[in-house]
Every structure is written in structure tokens, then in C-alpha cells.
Design a protein around this ligand. Structure first.
Ligand SMILES: [Zn+2]
Length: 392
């Protein structure tokens, strides 16, 4: 059993030094070149999965786990549908997922086991620091000819899990809260199954593939924050759709970065909130005096999109083994990609009609929400800014 293991797991938790270990990072060669490959590509029609629950460790029913899992699969199928271009060499998340009973024989063929609340003795031996993780996606076999993996998703025992990294965890993280934390955890781990690595170093409730995302959302102190703000509704092209309302960020006190924004956009002096509202072909600039009044923001001007170029940036790495016959052998296979918008814009102040030109980049790879994904490049007072909102 243990010989079948390849040292390739991606964790939902801290231990960053491991996760980023050179042994299986992309392009590094060596023994683990395929370690980041999606578990299944377009030649695999169906994935057989089963659900195995330690009932002494959670009150979740198999049906609840299955519902959250199917919803998480649907999330990625929808997301990848934007990025599985007809010309792509690697097409992801096209499989039908078929639930089967977990076979008694551990060597029996099942592609993906959802293990809730336990690890086997053999798995514990392979994953020495398992107690540090709230969830894992562990690949145990990889078929280099058919580009097809087997493995399991592990969810830690919620009844014996009360703290991680010194932070108190929400009670019943999997079975409670209408299984919303379970759902987003499965979305994160399935993202790894579909070949995505971590995006961004800072966990946030909206950046679902960020390092430490699962650890972050499971912390008790974040539960209120999560209620309205958990999970990204879109992953690959988060800015393709206009927003429904302005998104404001309020400072506690005046900063030099905020002062630059005030001068550049002509905001009222000493107002502490800065925000944007993405429209179809423009980005509005909004402001408010302070956090207390941020529910009644004011539009101060609009950046009109004059020219736009869309750009795809690969969302994953894929190592093509010699033995395979599924994918055309290109030096640079076309992979599922993020859609980045590069925009040349003209800012017009609503009251004075004053104009400024600037460059905008809307890049879904960065932390959501929009304010963090948006980069404004411009020259102002003799200084060239790569990212005006962040102040450099
Ligand atoms: Zn992860």
C-alpha cells in the first residue's frame, strides 16, 4: 500500500515551506514533474468516487457530504467552461462524477475517495504531520500513459479538532453552518484535483485558492466575516461581469497613499473611503467621508475604457509525460487560463470635467475583491506609479 504513494499532496493548511518545496514545484524537473498535473484530463469520461465517513468524528450524513461535493464539482465545471477553449491542449473538469459504494478492498479501483474524519494507519505513516491539516487532497497514483490519477480528499475529524495553529476553530465546521464551510473546503481541495496551485500568499475569504484558505475560513473569529463574504463567485474571469454596487475601502486615518488618490482623482479632502464600481465599459470612482458613512457613497468621476486587450495567463502547469498519447506534444501546450484585461482609460472628474489618462489592469489572479485585483498605472506629479491604489 505505502509503495503506491507518491509524495505529492497539496494541503489546505499551513506548512508553506513544504507546500512550496522545490521537489515538486513546476518546471523544476526531477522525480516529481507531474506532481502538479490535474488528476484527470479530457480523455477521462467519468470519475468514480465514494464517500467514507467516520461517524464517531462527525454527525455529517453521506448525503450531506455528497451534496456539498457535487456542488463543488459543479462550481469548477462552470468555471472551467470559461477557460476550456476549443484550441486548448489540456481540457479540465469535463468528467461525469459517478458515486459508488466504497469497496472493502483498499486496492479496488476507485478514482477518488472522500475520507471524512479519519486517515488509515498507512496514510498516517505517509503524511507524518497530518494532525496539522484540516483538509488535504492527496494523490496516491498517477498513470502517465492515460494522464489519470487516483487519490483521496481528507477532512479532519471535526469532533476532535478545536484549534489549528493556535486559533480556535468554529464548532462543527463541516456539519454546521449549512455545510457552507464544508462546501468551500471541498471547492479548494477539488481545485487542486483539477490542477490548480495556490494563488496568493495571503488567505482571504474570497481568494479560494489562496494559501491557508481552509485554515482561515475555519477560524471561529472569522465566522461573522464569512457569512456574507465567503467564496469567489467567479475564478477565471472575475472581472468579465460588471458589479452591482460600488466596493469601498475605508482607511482609519489619512495616509500618503490616500492623499495621492485624492489628488489624482479629485476626491474631497480628508475623506477616508476610496472605492470603485466596475461597469460594462467603464470604472467609476466612488468615495465617502468615513466608514460610518460608507453606505451612502458618492461618485466622483469615471474612467472610460478607450482601448482594451484581453490576455490569457496559464492557470496551471502541466507536465507531459513521454508515455502519454492524449495531448499533442507541444513545447507550450495551451492550458486553461485566467483572462486578464489590459485597458487604456480616460478619467473624467464628474464636477470639473478634468481629465487624466491612465492604464488599468484587471487581473483575476490577485486577491479578490476588485480593489486588490485592480492596478492603475499612471504618471502623476513626475512620479510613475505601477499601482496607484497601493501607492507605488
Ligand atoms: Zn490548498
Amino acid at each position: 500500500m505505502s509503495r503506491l504513494f507518491q509524495l505529492s499532496w497539496i494541503m489546505g493548511l499551513a506548512f508553506w515551506s513544504w507546500d512550496a518545496s522545490a521537489a515538486w514545484s513546476s518546471g523544476g524537473g526531477g522525480l516529481f514533474r507531474d506532481a502538479n498535473n490535474a488528476w484527470f484530463v479530457h480523455n477521462t469520461d467519468s470519475v468514480h468516487y465514494c464517500i467514507s465517513i467516520d461517524e464517531s468524528q462527525t454527525s455529517l450524513s453521506e448525503e450531506q457530504v455528497d451534496r456539498a461535493f457535487r456542488k463543488a464539482v459543479a462550481y469548477w465545471q462552470h468555471e472551467f467552461s470559461f477557460t476550456n477553449f476549443a484550441t486548448a491542449d489540456v481540457i479540465i473538469s469535463t468528467q461525469t462524477f459517478v458515486k459508488i459504494p466504497c469497496p472493502k478492498d483498499p486496492a479496488a479501483p476507485v478514482d477518488l475517495v472522500l475520507q471524512v474524519g479519519y486517515l488509515t494507519a498507512a496514510q498516517k505513516q505517509e503524511i507524518k504531520s497530518y494532525a496539522t491539516y484540516a483538509s488535504l487532497a492527496v494523490r496516491t497514483q498517477y498513470d502517465e500513459k492515460n494522464l489519470r490519477a487516483r487519490g483521496f480528499l481528507y477532512l479532519a475529524p471535526e469532533k476532535s479538532l478545536s484549534t489549528i495553529q493556535g486559533y480556535e476553530l468554529t464548532e462543527d465546521p463541516w456539519s454546521g453552518h449549512d455545510q457552507v464551510l464544508l462546501y468551500w473546503t471541498l471547492v479548494h481541495e477539488l481545485g487542486h484535483v483539477f490542477g490548480l496551485q495556490h494563488t496568493g500568499q495571503t488567505p482571504s475569504p474570497r481568494n479560494i485558492m489562496s494559501y491557508g484558505f481552509v485554515e482561515f475560513i475555519l477560524q471561529k473569529r472569522h465566522l461573522n466575516l464569512l457569512r456574507s463574504n465567503l467564496g469567489s463567485k467567479a475564478f477565471f474571469q472575475i472581472h468579465a461581469q460588471p458589479q452591482n454596487a460600488p466596493e469601498l475601502n475605508c482607511y482609519q486615518t489619512m495616509t500618503s497613499t490616500l492623499q495621492t488618490l485624492q489628488m489624482f482623482f479629485g476626491l474631497p479632502q480628508n475623506w477616508l473611503c476610496f472605492g470603485t464600481w466596475l461597469r460594462d465599459q467603464s470604472l467609476e470612482i466612488w468615495t465617502a467621508p468615513n466608514v460610518q458613512q460608507s453606505m451612502q457613497p458618492v461618485r466622483i468621476g469615471t474612467i472610460y475604457f478607450m482601448q482594451e486587450r484581453k490576455e490569457g495567463r496559464p492557470a496551471m502547469t502541466f507536465w507531459i509525460p513521454e508515455a502519454q498519447t492524449v495531448i499533442r506534444k507541444n513545447d507550450y501546450p495551451l492550458l486553461p487560463s485566467y483572462v486578464v484585461r489590459n485597458i487604456k482609460g480616460r478619467y473624467v472628474h464628474a464636477q470639473t470635467g478634468g481629465e487624466r489618462w491612465l492604464g488599468l489592469v484587471l487581473d483575476p489572479r490577485q486577491d479578490s475583491p476588485l480593489l486588490n485585483d485592480l492596478r492603475i498605472m499612471t504618471e502623476f506629479n513626475g512620479v510613475y506609479y505601477m499601482d496607484l491604489i497601493k501607492g507605488f
